[in-house]
Ligand binder design. Structure first.
Ligand code: PLP
Length: 363
């Protein structure tokens, strides 16, 4: 039976052990209330204090300016694929969408129900591997309401190394798999969304950061109340019963992040973790990264084995060494090591040691 493993899952993903311990300690009696936070009213001063603190810490961690609202929304990032065009687009309006891999295509499909979607292909196979098409080659519709993109395509591990420059203040970003992993310039965005289950907490909650002045222009007459950003913001994410356990756990993760030195310290560590693994893969004849160096993700490292018939054995032996969830996405195959904030550097070193032992024995 495994104790606590190094968990490389792409999501739901590892949560810092210290955070889980704290939640465990408080499970029966949160904040001296004699019950858990899950059993506690959301319209109480104590819960208000919790949600206010979570928001404040997030604002500090990401340096979110005052004129942006932070929403703790129900549901998943896929709900945001719908909510974004629903709120931003009138029937005759256009939005730019970058077409990358899996997730951006899903976002496009939903957006097409609500308006005209100008698609710019931004993902290509080059001689050096999978890559993001350089921004200088994009042709966007200048009159569009916003530019939607996915900062890190989780499935294949392709990530923007720099935030796009165009559409400053009007970018909408699916930041599910790299939020809080590196510093960002919030002022570039109209809206950022991120499902919680990678760098924030448990699934079932999605974080939204949105420019408040855009509320006036939103097309909300026909949008169901629960899906209206302005309404959710007006009620401080408490229009109805919120995902209270998710908010609680997120607040513990934000505390933990601050103790680690914040997003800047995390970014350095994440760079270091990813370099250890990519450097090893690049030096090996047996392992291969399908992604071009200029587009590699520091969060999701995809790699293949020279002998795919050994994939199963690789996964089984890894598990015996306490390294779990390394199987690549079903559409892509191979392996994928997700190195979100909660993955300690020791986990990456142990993985590299295992990969090396495996190749010596079987390669
Ligand atoms: C980049 C990205 N966007 C969107 C999603 C969809 O998230 P959900 O399953 O919570 O809807 C995922 C899920 O892993 C993702 O990685």
């Amino acid at each position: 039976m495994l104790e606590r493993a190094f968990n490389f899952s792409a999501g739901p993903a590892a949560i810092p052990t210290d955070v889980l311990r704290k939640a465990q300690q408080e499970l029966l009696n949160w904040n001296n209330q004699g019950c858990s936070v899950m059993e506690f009213g959301h319209r109480t001063p104590e819960f208000q204090e919790l949600i206010d603190k979570a928001e404040l810490e997030l604002r500090q961690l990401l340096k979110i300016p005052e004129h942006y609202k932070v929403l703790f929304m129900h549901g998943s990032a896929s709900h945001q694929f719908v909510m974004v065009p629903m709120n931003f687009l009138g029937a005759d309006d256009t939005a730019n969408y970058l077409e990358q891999a899996h997730w951006s295509k899903k976002a496009i499909k939903e957006a097409q129900r609500f308006g005209n979607i100008h698609i710019q292909k931004a993902f290509e196979q080059t001689k050096n591997g999978l890559s993001i098409v350089p921004e200088s080659q994009w042709q966007l519709d200048e009159a569009a309401k916003y530019l939607h993109f996915t900062s890190n395509e989780t499935i294949v591990g392709v990530q923007f190394q720099q935030e796009p420059e165009q559409f400053r203040g009007r970018q909408v970003c699916d930041m599910c798999s790299d939020i809080l992993s590196r510093s960002i310039d919030i002022e570039k965005y109209a809206l950022i969304y991120a499902g919680a289950q990678k760098n924030i907490g448990p699934s079932g909650m999605t974080l939204v950061i949105v420019r408040e002045d855009l509320f006036e222009k939103m097309q909300t007459e026909r949008v169901p109340a629960l899906f209206q950003y302005p309404l959710m913001a007006k009620h401080g994410s408490l229009y109805n019963t919120p995902p209270s356990f998710g908010i609680y756990l997120a607040s513990l993760v934000f505390d933990w992040l601050k103790q680690q030195g914040g997003v800047e310290a995390m970014e350095k560590l994440n760079q270091q973790k990813a370099s250890i693994l990519y450097d090893y893969i690049d030096a090996s004849d047996f392992y291969h990264s399908p992604v071009a160096k200029d587009s590699r993700s520091i969060m999701n490292v995809a790699f293949t084995l020279a002998k795919p018939e050994l994939d199963q054995s690789f996964l089984q032996q890894a598990k015996m060494r306490g390294l779990i969830a390394l199987k690549g996405h079903r559409d892509f195959g191979g392996m994928r090591a997700s190195l979100y904030n909660a993955m300690p550097i020791d986990g990456v070193k142990t993985l590299v040691q295992f990969m090396d032992d495996f190749v010596r024995e079987k390669g």
